[in-house]
Design a protein around this ligand. Structure first.
Ligand SMILES: [Zn+2]
Ligand SMILES: [Zn+2]
Length: 337
């Protein structure tokens, strides 16, 4: 039996261990991908720290997977070996439950498949994925360029394009990290009047180079008041994970504004009076499914949006993960096979 390298977690909080495993065969409806690159994401901590109810170990993390279709399981249509392919957080859906029949595949009620959480992910030479979870990867993006767009890119792009904002309106991106530095680029390329909000004057130049027309240093000024000076934001996209930073910005929404949350904070405070007087809303945004990933990749090719990445070999997965979790990475870490 042929072997492959994989990096796995064997218990909650345990280290990422490089092991040799049998190359998995694709079952019915599954595609095997020879992995070229896999991004390291904050949400990999779900696997590393055992935060997913009922997670089974050992488990290979990784849900920003890009590679080449290597083998097709029985009944897979629309794919051929040798095509470029990517897999993100959504690991597939049933197609027959009520949510799926209403087109809300992300909320599938019967098959909560999460890549690298409920099945083995991309920290390996090969991955097997359900076919409906696999996205086409266009020419024009290298594997390292494409990988972070499968989660960080998808989440921010899809949240912004579904936010209700129109070209020319004020859209603020809260946070300039792995998600934020992509969100600012997407917002600018979508034609929004893009405002970046982060802590420290030193980030202003970066924000400008990513396409922000205004930078708000939330250490030096009240971000809500600064947004109101610009007429109020149609949308604030919150990419940070700190509830107090979100609460300090929600007051920057304009009339009919929407505060869109993609950062997993535990809680945030908001004034109901403010919301009702200005007809505002606070909502979350799930990342997306494989067709949304394809749209993200195409838009990124078309407009030149790219993640800033640090590439590291698969063997250094533990180091790569720690570097990303510590906040030292600028801005995404990608494992290469
Ligand atoms: Zn992710
Ligand atoms: Zn379903």
């Amino acid at each position: 039996m042929s072997k492959m390298r994989a990096v796995q977690v064997t218990s909650p909080g345990g280290p990422l261990e490089l092991v040799e495993r049998a190359i998995p065969d694709p079952g019915a409806g599954q595609i095997r991908i020879k992995v070229q690159a896999c991004g390291v994401c904050h949400s990999d901590s779900v696997t590393k720290d055992g935060q997913w109810p009922g997670i089974q170990y050992p488990r290979v993390p990784g849900h920003e997977v890009v590679g080449i279709v290597d083998a097709l399981g029985a009944g897979v249509a629309g794919w051929t070996e040798g095509q470029r392919a990517g897999v993100g957080w959504n690991g597939g859906y049933c197609g027959y439950c009520e949510s799926c029949r209403r087109g809300e595949f992300f909320a599938c009620q019967t098959a909560t498949n999460v890549t690298g959480v409920t099945s083995d992910g991309g920290y390996a030479d090969y991955i097997v994925s359900r076919a409906e979870a696999v996205a086409h990867v266009p020419e024009g993006l290298s594997p390292v360029e494409a990988a972070p767009l499968m989660c960080a890119g998808l989440t921010t792009y899809n949240a912004l394009r579904n936010s209700g904002a129109r070209p020319g309106q004020v859209v603020a991106v809260l946070g300039l990290g792995g998600l934020g530095h992509l969100a600012v680029q997407y917002a600018a390329k979508m034609g929004f009047k893009t405002v970046a909000i982060a802590r420290g004057q030193d980030k202003g130049a970066l924000a400008g180079s990513l396409g922000a027309s205004t930078y708000i240093d939330s250490k030096a000024q009240d971000p809500a008041a600064a947004l109101q000076k610009l007429g109020g934001a149609k949308v604030v996209l919150a990419t940070v994970t700190a509830g107090d930073a979100m609460a300090a910005t929600v007051g920057g929404l304009g009339v009919n504004g929407t505060f869109v949350i993609v950062g997993a904070a535990m809680s945030m405070q908001v004034s109901p009076l403010q919301l009702l007087l200005k007809n505002q809303s606070v909502k979350g945004w799930y990342s997306g499914t494989s067709i949304d990933s394809e749209d993200t990749l195409s838009f990124s090719v078309q407009t030149g949006v790219r993640s800033m990445n640090e590439a590291m070999p698969l063997e250094k997965a533990e180091e790569a993960y720690q570097r990303m979790m510590s906040g030292a990475a600028r801005f995404r870490v990608v494992l290469t096979m």
